[in-house]
Design a protein around this ligand. Structure first.
Ligand SMILES: [Zn+2]
Ligand SMILES: [Zn+2]
Length: 331
């Protein structure tokens, strides 16, 4: 089968490798849609967890081609998405429902071969039926799960005014999720005009291309969705007294920022971190199936497997109009 491989930081190549062999508890999936994530860009640059060489791709969906002898819930022909974080379910963290911090953690597309391939395997417990969702929507199961987990960490109340910093695909999902959780208004900020326009037609009520023009100490909840130093450092100033600031965007591993502890103390701010997801796949699938979250406007461009490197480059350069790059390995 064909795969795209990140051989080491900075080097992507197309390879032919054998189709994965299943153990009794595993499922073989013919990959139909596989999204490129900011994490893949970090892996490409050597700035993230993960070992090389790696077949990337942790946001994917497809058709079940084959199942192991002990597989019960999933059947050949099912349309499925995968929760790529594989937990052992038997360490101290797993036993207290912190599977995202499993000490024996494995990540499909991070430490195990992922979805930038014609076929991929995963344990049955990580595989979820997507019913009649499209495969492109199914590929959003993972990023949407992370967004749901993040927003669930925030004390977001009905009527809250929410500020989202960044209008990439994740910023858009955060905005839409905050809205269905009861926000009365979403204000979204990005420097990229085409993304802002899109934000306005997606979930934002107000858009700004510049933080300076925005009212300070006003928002009940601020969500940082870029990981950039500038936005992280400024995020606190926009929260009201007692407000919450969610750090969602993935910053560079070595980034250090300046924050004022006196500001946090004197205005009683809550800074909240969030890491991946914990059992949010079914929620994500249901919210897409009920159309409460529509991910389809966020897909652009759609590319064949060989163009994975071009997709990484387009994201890296922040090319105009590029949102979630979707790879379709069977095209
Ligand atoms: Zn991702
Ligand atoms: Zn564990």
């Amino acid at each position: 089968m064909k795969v795209m491989m990140i051989e080491k930081a900075g080097l992507i190549s197309a390879k032919e490798v054998p189709i994965p062999v299943l153990d009794d508890f595993e499922v073989l999936i013919k990959v139909m849609s596989s999204g490129i994530c900011g994490t893949d860009v970090h892996i490409f640059h050597g700035e993230y967890l993960g070992s090389y060489p790696i077949v990337p791709g942790h946001e994917f969906s497809g058709i079940v081609e084959k199942v192991g002898k002990q597989v019960k819930r999933i059947k050949v022909g099912d349309h499925v998405a995968v929760e790529p974080n594989i937990a052992c379910d038997n360490c101290d963290n797993c036993l207290e429902n912190r599977q995202n911090f499993c000490v024996n953690w494995q990540g499909v597309g991070v430490s195990k071969p992922g979805g930038m391939a014609e076929y991929v395997k995963a344990p049955e417990k990580a595989v979820f039926s997507i019913g009649d969702l499209s495969f492109d929507e199914g590929a959003f199961c993972e990023p949407l799960s992370c967004v749901l987990h993040g927003v669930e960490q925030v004390p977001l109340k009905f009527g809250d005014r929410v500020l989202v910093l960044g209008a990439g695909p994740i910023g858009m999902l955060l905005a839409a999720t905050a809205k269905i959780r009861g926000a009365s208004s979403i204000t979204q900020v990005d420097k990229n005009e085409s993304r802002l326009e899109m934000a306005k037609s997606y979930a934002a009520d107000f858009i700004y291309n510049d933080l300076e023009t925005l009212k300070g100490q006003f928002f009940d909840v601020v969500i940082e969705a870029s990981g950039s130093k500038y936005l992280l450092e400024n995020s606190l100033h926009y929260a009201r007294e007692g407000g919450s600031v969610l750090f969602f965007g993935v910053p560079g591993k070595d980034l250090i920022i300046n924050l004022s502890p006196f500001e946090i103390f004197s205005r009683s701010l809550k800074i909240i971190g969030t890491y991946t997801s914990v059992r949010n796949s079914i929620q994500a699938i249901r919210l897409m199936q009920s159309h409460q979250i529509d991910v389809r406007p966020l897909i652009n461009p759609v590319l064949p497997l060989e163009a994975f490197g071009q997709g990484i480059q387009a994201l890296d350069e922040g090319r105009s109009g590029v949102m979630k790059v979707m790879i379709r390995p069977q095209q």
